[in-house]
Design a protein. Structure first.
Length: 229
């Protein structure tokens, strides 16, 4: 059975879904909405489930729930602003690395918007805090006893607690772990050929990179590096 699982591990770590190759909008963003009455700065937090985006945008005018989608590099978001009366605000555009933006509508009026990933925006003022914000998608390069591969992991960080999604040949698998003082540890549970695999990643994190070791249980250990997508 082990040789069958070892063969499947090659496929597992070498094949990530095509959709996951695009930068992921999940995470924290500093955005500027250029409305007809002037610019408005706000903090945008997004989570991603499949193609669906959800989250909140918070600024001096209050906090509002955001809904939207991501299709490849195309992002579409909307929320209803409650001022003198309800006004639908839409934000469409593209995402490239740690930046995104495009046209926006404010009711019947047109404008635009830009956004920078919060970790990238904070790096100049506080490199240490930026290094610990790993929310978003990361491209992994894994060397395992079965070979090498390039899975994608999307992280959500809340305090020191990590959650998120691993994307590979067999679909999506949730991850759980911790990030503390630049040290990361997270695990994935998979079933391959009726055999349960508990895989543990442990390593160190910098602003846009991480590296460490991966344990495949009875199938040995390997190493990994990762970079932000």
């Amino acid at each position: 059975m082990k040789h069958l699982v070892r063969a499947w591990l090659v496929i597992l770590f070498c094949a990530a879904s095509v959709a996951a190759q695009a930068p992921d909008a999940a995470g924290s963003w500093d955005v500027r909405l250029n409305a007809p009455d002037g610019p408005h700065d706000a903090a945008l937090t997004l989570t991603k489930a499949g193609d669906a985006l959800s989250g909140a945008i918070k600024g001096p005018e209050g906090e509002y729930q955001v809904q939207g989608t991501q299709n490849g590099t195309d992002v579409s978001l909307s929320f209803t602003y409650r001022g003198d009366g309800p006004m639908l605000i839409t934000m469409k555009g593209t995402i490239k690395g740690d930046a995104m933006g495009g046209p926006a509508t404010f009711g019947d009026s047109a404008g635009d918007w830009t956004g920078k990933r919060a970790a990238a925006a904070a790096s100049a003022a506080s490199p240490t805090s930026a290094a610990t914000d790993i929310s978003g998608a990361w491209a992994f390069e894994v060397s395992s006893p079965a070979g090498t591969g390039t899975p994608t992991v999307t992280f959500n960080l809340s305090g020191e607690k990590l959650s998120g999604t691993y994307v590979g040949q067999f679909g999506e698998a949730p991850i759980q772990g911790t990030l503390k003082d630049g040290q990361i540890s997270f695990s994935i549970d998979l079933t391959v050929q009726d055999t349960h695999l508990h895989i543990v990643y442990s390593g160190t994190v910098s602003k846009d990179g991480m590296k460490g070791t991966a344990s495949f249980g009875d199938f040995g250990e390997g190493t990994f590096t990762a970079r932000r997508k």
